[in-house]
Design a protein around this ligand. Structure first.
Ligand SMILES: [Zn+2]
Ligand SMILES: [Zn+2]
Length: 244
């Protein structure tokens, strides 16, 4: 009898399928943010930059309104490769594992507190070209596990330029009115889901659109986030903040 085998998406070695998509030796190299307890940050509602205390480093507001944002990993090394497999290689079965990691990153008391799970939408033509929206896949998995309805409450109504080369103020301008809520959502508590939070400007623009539609609050959950100190200048050409 042969044990069932799978190919590790990180190192391409064969291993037992019961482990999932990643072999145990690759898994050991991963450093989830939720173990050291760094999965939660406050990001500026205006521009998406991480705010520690005092003024926002992105838009300069003194005490800006903030959003709670959770991430399972930093967007680097193996994690970056995995996201690329998931996003560009069509390995969307990875969403099962990624969603599990995202749930671990989400603060325990908050888990049942949402009324809807909303994926960051992709521009329709872009989605047609790729075949799927990775944020929707993750939102679908999270919806199953949390027993909370996934809702395509946001639509992307404008295709936007690449975000990565733009300064914070330009990013905000670039994204302005890029999203629309398809209906009012009064009193809803939203879990906003994406694969990667790079600059944070995309999720903050989505959150502002949701709040303007009447939502009570918005919490951001992504699989990975760009390291704060490496954010500017950020030279990655194909990341989620760049999704158009
Ligand atoms: Zn491996
Ligand atoms: Zn700001």
């Amino acid at each position: 009898m042969f044990a069932p085998r799978a190919v590790c998406v990180c190192c391409l070695s064969l291993f037992g399928t019961d482990e999932g998509f990643i072999c145990s030796s690759c898994r050991e190299k991963l450093r989830p943010l939720y173990l050291p307890g760094k999965s939660e940050t406050e990001i500026c509602l205006e521009c998406g930059e991480v705010v520690d205390a005092g003024a926002c480093p992105g838009c300069g507001r003194r005490s800006p309104p903030t959003l709670r944002a959770f991430s399972a990993y930093e967007y680097e090394g193996i994690i970056r490769e995995l996201v690329h497999c998931f996003k560009f290689g069509g390995v969307y079965a990875l969403s099962e594992w990624m969603a599990g990691e995202m749930l671990q990153a989400l603060a325990a008391p908050g888990k049942g507190n949402f009324t809807r799970i909303v994926p960051v939408p992709m521009y329709p033509l872009r989605k047609l070209a790729r075949g799927y929206n990775q944020a929707e896949k993750l939102a679908g998995e999270l919806s199953k596990r949390l027993g909370i309805q996934k809702s395509d409450l946001l639509k992307r109504i404008r295709n936007t330029k690449s975000q990565v080369t733009l300064a914070t103020a330009e990013r905000r301008k670039n994204l302005k009115n890029a999203f629309r809520a398809v209906s009012r959502a009064d009193g809803e508590r939203i879990l906003l889901v994406d694969d990667v939070r790079t600059t944070g400007s995309t999720v903050s623009e989505c959150a502002r659109t949701l709040l303007a539609a009447g939502c009570e609050n918005v919490t951001v959950l992504t699989f990975a986030n760009a390291k704060v100190k490496e954010k500017a200048p950020f030279n990655e050409q194909s990341d989620a903040g760049n999704r158009t």
